[in-house]
Design a protein around this ligand. Structure first.
Ligand code: 3H9
Length: 697
């Protein structure tokens, strides 16, 4: 029928196969091929039933996301699905891999569905700032009931074939070739004379929610609790609500309106950008083409503290054995205990199976002594963050690690090249900067040293993906990408207090923007004493922060910092004592408080970071603006619907940002705020940051 869709007749069964690598996305060729094939099979008198299957690694994984930004070309996916559903002959979807988005919608248009045991089925459109736009919000509630449909559509996570079977989304689970299983099922349908089941005509699973609307509203309330700032989950909820309240065709119309509005929205553009940015970041540029990752079968992690433990958990979570090394049995015991407790808590919440904690603990071999790294293919050092300690560890690693082992340091700002120099094998050394809590946070900054070998770099990227982290390759500099930019924000936050802002005002602006936490709540969480001690060592003062520490306010751990925390709660409460302390400090320093507007706060929180991002690009510390965005999206909770700081900067306009930076540089007498040369050049050339690297989107 077309290059990407073929049709083959096996006596009375027509098998339609989609073959559009890598993920069988529903590009124009697939849509028209499917429509043509269904029409042809319907007309062919010899054909009694139809199987729809896919070649390659997966069933259809959704609409082709790259087409959303282009003018629409018919046929519409809705039209294709309607043709399938209205086909007078039974159509069986044979699903393997992932049936996602438009892919699951195609399957829902089929009259029956069979899936291989390891298949996953889902409607992840909300993760792209969209809602299912080809009938998914109308047919899924009819297939599985509104509660599960709300969970799948608003949460966006797929379910397993076993769950799909239990909830009536598929008729059968199969092993072996899925197309053959589909064929066997189709013959059974013919033999049993089962009439084609059209989900559009089956309201039986909606009856309960039609009678009692709270079934639907409660599910929506539970699923949208964490959807602050996002448009798509709420629009998706409206569309599912329409499935309950309106006749099918009217519900479909409502869904369509929502989809068209969202696909044109800034939020969806940002989220689609983030999808491709994440995938691009895993492609390393410069000197690594063709390099093959080294085999990693066993990992050694040095240090069972908060970071080391979290990193070890990430490996065990995907079944990779870990040797966890400590300096004493007591520390080891404490570290292992924390890991076990974490897993047990997750199991108790139903996040992992009840037997998972024991299975995962069995993958961790806790030992004392660095010589135990000898069997590891990858060693990750996660000891105390000082250069002397790290150097000492790497000197020893050089003696004990096997030849060819990748040696990684989990440092958040130290110079990898200096650490690598301690070994006879700097080509095997690099940084893997995980974020706390390391078993939860997705980002891993992969720090490429001057001598890091290309295959070592690709090994680190591949292993990061294997443990479901999002890798971003960065160069060596103080703080790498994330912490280097964050330092600019922290600096401005401190300065704002000296000019008259209060911590709660600054934090409110930052959280309203969509960040999970403001700079002062974050400092309280990290603990103010660490910075205080380091300032004292270096003979530096920060009058307000120092005054807080002198008053014993070290942050959350002492129940008081920039905020007060009552009864062991983690909720920051504004504290009049802090305001008094700030006032007194300003009077002592003869500084006048002024009223600072929220707009200025936002600009001073964000623009200096963007400026630093431009410097990072200029220096080649990050290869692409989108890599910087990935760091912020997955390491610092930048709101996904704003795409990342570099994406957002383009939306705001680089000229405006450069002008405001120049203004603040003058106004606050701070030359470091002068726009970076790259920013100035882009403004002069009337270009955007994204023009530096053409990302698919
Ligand atoms: C939708 O369906 C809307 C409808 O409701 C309504 C329409 C009217 N399009 O992730 P990977 C590329 S919205 C285009 O590395 P994995 C990806 O960029 C869609 N390209 O592999 C990458 O390219 P490259 C709903 C796509 O094995 C390559 O495929 N569906 C698409 O780790 C491999 O991807 C989704 O949101 C796409 N839809 O994971 C599913 N998907 O190699 C999105 C992938 O050049 N996709 N690519 O960098 C996924 O979640 C994962 O890709 C998947 C495979 C789980 C399928």
């Amino acid at each position: 029928m077309s290059e990407v869709v073929t049709i083959e007749r096996r006596d009375t069964i027509a098998v339609i196969t989609v073959n559009n690598p890598p993920v069988n996305a529903l590009s124009i060729g697939v849509r028209s091929g499917l429509l043509g094939s269904i029409k042809a099979a319907a007309l062919d008198a010899e054909v009694k039933a139809i199987v729809l299957a896919c070649a390659g690694r997966t069933f259809i994984a959704g609409a082709d996301i790259t087409e959303f930004a282009k003018p629409h070309q018919p046929p519409d996916l809705g039209e294709v699905i309607e043709a399938i559903e209205n086909c007078p002959k039974p159509v069986v979807a044979a699903i393997h891999g992932t049936a996602l988005g438009g892919g699951l919608e195609v399957a829902l248009g089929c009259h029956f569905r069979v899936a291989s045991k390891d298949a996953k089925l889902g409607l992840p459109e909300v993760k792209l700032g969209l809602l299912p736009g080809a009938g998914g919000t109308q047919r899924l509630p009819r297939a599985v009931g509104p509660e599960l449909a709300v969970k799948m559509i608003i949460g966006g996570d797929p379910i397993t074939a076993a769950e799909a079977l239990k909830n009536g989304l598929i008729e059968e689970m199969a092993e072996g070739s899925i197309a053959s299983a589909g064929e066997v099922f189709a013959r059974k349908v013919l033999a049993e004379k089962r009439p084609p089941r059209k989900l559009r005509d089956d309201d039986s699973k909606l009856a309960r929610a039609k009678a009692d609307r709270s079934i639907f509203t409660d599910s929506v309330a539970a699923m949208t609790r964490r959807a602050r700032g996002l448009e798509a989950p709420f629009a998706a909820a409206d569309a599912v609500g329409a499935a309950i309240e309106l006749p099918f065709d009217e519900g479909l119309k409502k869904e369509r309106e929502g989809f068209l509005r969202l696909v044109a929205s800034d939020q969806s553009k940002a989220q689609r950008y983030a999808f491709f940015a994440e995938r691009e970041a895993a492609k390393i540029v410069a000197n690594s083409e063709g390099a093959k990752p080294r085999n990693v079968n066993r990992v050694a992690i040095i240090g069972a503290g908060t970071m080391g433990g979290g990193i070890a958990m990430s490996f065990a979570n995907v079944g990779i054995p870990v040797t966890l090394i400590e300096t004493s049995p007591e520390q080891l015991k404490r570290g292992l205990g924390v890991m076990q407790k974490n897993w047990e808590a997750t199991a108790a919440r139903g996040g992992i199976p009840a037997d998972a904690p024991a299975k995962r603990m069995a993958l961790i071999k806790g030992v004392v002594g660095l010589e135990n790294v000898k069997d590891a293919d990858l060693v990750i050092e996660a000891v105390f963050e000082t250069m002397a300690v790290k150097k000492e560890v790497f000197r020893k690693l050089d003696q004990f690690a096997k030849p060819g082992a990748v040696l990684a340091s989990n440092t958040s700002f130290l110079n990898i090249d200096e650490i690598a120099k301690e070994t006879e094998r700097p080509q095997d050394v690099l940084g893997m900067h995980f974020f706390s809590p390391a078993n939860v946070m997705k980002l891993c900054e992969i720090v490429r040293g001057a001598k890091t070998a290309p295959d070592v770099l690709v090994t680190a990227v591949a292993i990061a993906r294997r443990i479901t982290k999002v890798p971003a390759v960065v160069g060596v500099c103080d703080g790498f990408v994330g912490n280097r930019m964050l330092a600019q924000r922290e600096r401005q936050a401190d300065l704002l207090l000296f000019e008259g802002a209060l911590p709660q005002q600054v934090d409110a602006v930052v959280t309203k923007f969509g960040m999970p936490m403001g700079p002062f709540a974050m400092s309280d969480l990290a603990g103010l004493d660490i910075g205080w001690r380091s300032r004292k060592d270096r003979g530096i003062k920060s009058e307000i922060a120092d005054a807080l520490c002198e008053a014993g306010r070290f942050g959350q751990k002492t129940g008081k910092g920039y905020y007060k925390y009552e009864g062991g709660s983690r909720t920051p409460l504004p504290d009049p004592e802090v305001e008094k302390l700030i006032d007194e400090t300003l009077i002592r320093l003869a500084r006048k408080r002024r009223t600072i507007g929220d707009e200025e706060i936002l600009e001073r929180m964000m623009y200096p970071m963007i400026n630093e991002g431009a410097k990072i690009l200029q220096e080649g510390i990050a290869a692409r603006p989108s890599d910087i965005d990935v760091v912020w999206l997955y390491g610092y909770g930048w709101p996904i619907y704003r795409g990342g700081p570099m994406f957002w900067a383009d939306q705001v306009g680089l000229k405006h940002i450069a002008d405001r930076l120049a203004f603040y540089a003058k106004e606050t007498d701070d030359p470091s705020l002068e726009p970076a040369p790259l920013l100035k050049r882009l403004v002069t050339e009337n270009r955007t940051l994204s023009s530096l690297f053409q990302l698919r989107s």
